[in-house]
Write a protein that binds this ligand. Structure first.
Ligand code: AAO
Length: 508
């Protein structure tokens, strides 16, 4: 009995850190701006079969429609109500997606915009994705309803200007967005009602947008009101997975550790540093990655949600700076994502983007606002080409062979220790995951040719970066592991993808 109580207490306090992915599935993908109908189809035809754990979807609630600039992606971060009604689809389509994805073992995590409503400068009217009326001027959002009493104007009605002042960051406006008074039980209840609606439909958790701009205790009070997950798909008593968008690159008043009590936090240092290393900026080398993780000053692994890029910093918003790698730098990007998925640190999120016309002026992309591929504002379907890549302007990084196969690698090595590290003191490195997987990188300007201890059982393995194991054959490079666990590797510095990865299930 005592043991049971202890275990259930542990379960209760640890639960919000667990993503509730199906057994053996270890990463999620952000299908940025996808329609619900396309996500449902992608779960069934691709994500389920390929072993992806879940999808972070764009905000599900009604938002402002902005026509100048024309339908920017960021209009979705300006809520008007909590009706499930956006460019991605309506409530029926949302429910259909959640059901179909859960049924093939793929979880849905919603980007929850609960810190604020829309920008103060929007005119009153019904320019919204569901036609709800709103008036930012007198803070009237009748479709919730919220009124002037529900915002932080009495504490601060101006912009955040000083990130060294924690009260300002949490009480003032982020980019002019009307800041909700989350210390009010009424506001907490309205937000919890929205999140509970999503939980009851079957979502597995939430990204809390702009969590840094909310007091940790206010978030906690909202979380305490949340239902357990839907028992159609989750075991009784499961708590929603929570990952909070807290940007803490150091040097500001707010520390991400203040949010550990609520759930995981986004570790922004991860992508910023990994980009710097792979680009070889500031004298960084891959050999320094030997103690990657907490050794680099990151939050504890079991509190971290990690990613190479996100929807903000792939286009110069948010934080991370110029070092961030994206699909635009495909060769380095694949190495970075490969490294992330092979390495045990953190819970991993893969980015899946759309292409837009970049236009740099004085180092800034003036087209950083461009929304998803669309016809007169209606988001275009994600079409699938004969070679399994995506059409209609969707990049689908998660479908790139190297990335898709590394997501599978992470599943295969789940729970195995970081092992057999090797480096040449420069940018040639290798490491394994127990006796289940091994990866070798050559990011130097000379070729790599060496024999390494892989930790794997003897056999012939298929490199899942240059090819796939198909019907027992390998379409890429083959690696022979001897009875002593050693194998020889050769990687040209001009290889299309200068890295090799083998694992227990790529054995021929
Ligand atoms: C749009 C317009 C605005 C307009 C507003 C209202 O662009 O001109 O005023 O509407 O009408 C997104 C877009 C915004 C957009 C907004 C609403 O990015 O452009 O505004 O939708 O439509 C901060 C927050 C972080 C936030 C990030 C963008 O802390 O929470 O800014 N991300 C989320 C979402 C994002 C969304 C929102 C929040 C709002 O992911 O998509 O905005 O819902 C420092 C701070 C960071 C701060 C950055 C940027 O970072 O630390 O906390 O992020 O500044 O302000 C170095 C430093 C690093 C620093 C960075 C940048 O790297 O080390 O600490 O430089 O200075």
């Amino acid at each position: 009995m005592k043991l049971f109580l202890l275990l259930s207490a542990l379960g209760l306090c640890w639960a919000q850190y667990a993503p509730h992915t199906q057994q053996g599935r270890t990463s999620i993908v952000h299908l940025f701006e996808w329609r619900w109908a396309d996500i449902a189809a992608e779960c069934e035809r691709y994500l389920g079969p390929k072993g992806f754990g879940g999808v972070q979807v764009s905000p599900a609630n009604e938002n402002v429609v902005i026509n100048n600039p024309y339908r920017p992606w960021w209009e979705r971060y300006q809520p008007v109500s909590y009706k499930l009604c956006t460019r991605s689809g309506n409530e029926a389509e949302f429910k259909n997606m959640v059901t179909r994805c859960n049924n093939v073992g793929v979880r849905i995590y919603v980007d929850a915009v609960i810190n604020h409503m829309c920008g103060s400068g929007n005119p009153a009217g019904t320019s919204s994705t569901c036609g709800s009326y709103y008036n930012p001027n007198n803070r009237d959002f009748p479709a919730v309803p919220y009124s002037g009493l529900d915002f932080n104007d009495n504490k601060c009605n101006g912009e955040i200007s000083n990130y060294n002042d924690a009260s300002q960051v949490r009480n003032c406006r982020l980019s002019g967005l009307l800041d909700l008074a989350l210390e009010k039980d009424y506001v907490r209840t309205k937000i919890a009602d929205y999140l509970n609606h999503l939980i009851d439909i079957g979502v597995a958790g939430f990204r809390l947008d702009a969590a840094k701009h909310m007091w940790p205790g206010d978030i906690k009070a909202v979380l305490n009101k949340l239902h357990n997950l839907n028992t159609s798909w989750f075991s009784a008593g499961s708590r929603p997975f929570i990952f909070q968008e807290v940007i803490d690159l150091g040097g500001e008043a707010i520390k991400s550790s203040e949010y550990f009590g609520n759930g995981r936090v986004t570790e922004f240092k991860y992508g910023a540093k990994l980009g710097t290393v792979i680009r070889k900026w500031n004298g960084e080398k891959m050999s320094y990655l030997k103690n990657w993780g907490e050794g680099w000053g990151f939050v504890p692994s079991d509190r971290a949600l990690v990613f190479v890029d996100n929807h903000d910093n792939q286009r110069g918003h948010g934080a991370g700076g110029a070092s961030i790698l994206t699909f635009w730098d495909a060769r380095m990007y694949k190495m970075a994502v490969g490294f992330m998925l092979a390495h045990p640190y953190g819970f991993t999120r893969i980015m899946s983007s759309y292409r837009w016309d970049r236009n740099f002026q004085n180092g800034k992309d003036v087209n950083d606002w461009i929304g998803p591929p669309n016809n007169n504002g209606a988001t275009k379907a994600v079409t699938i080409n004969a070679d399994s890549t995506c059409g209609n302007g969707w990049v689908c990084e998660h479908r790139w062979r190297q990335i898709r196969n590394m997501a599978a690698f992470r599943n295969v090595v789940d729970g195995q220790p970081f092992s057999n590290w090797w480096d040449n003191g420069s940018n040639q490195v290798a490491f394994g995951r127990g006796n289940r997987g091994f990866i070798v990188f050559n990011n130097d300007d000379r070729s790599l040719s060496t024999t390494l201890q892989t930790g794997l059982p003897a056999g012939t393995y298929c490199d899942v970066i240059s090819g796939d194991k198909v019907n027992g054959n390998c379409t890429g490079i083959k690696i022979q592991v001897g009875g002593d666990g050693k194998a020889s590797f050769s990687i040209s510095n001009s290889a299309e993808d200068p890295f090799i990865a083998i694992h227990a299930e790529s054995k021929l």
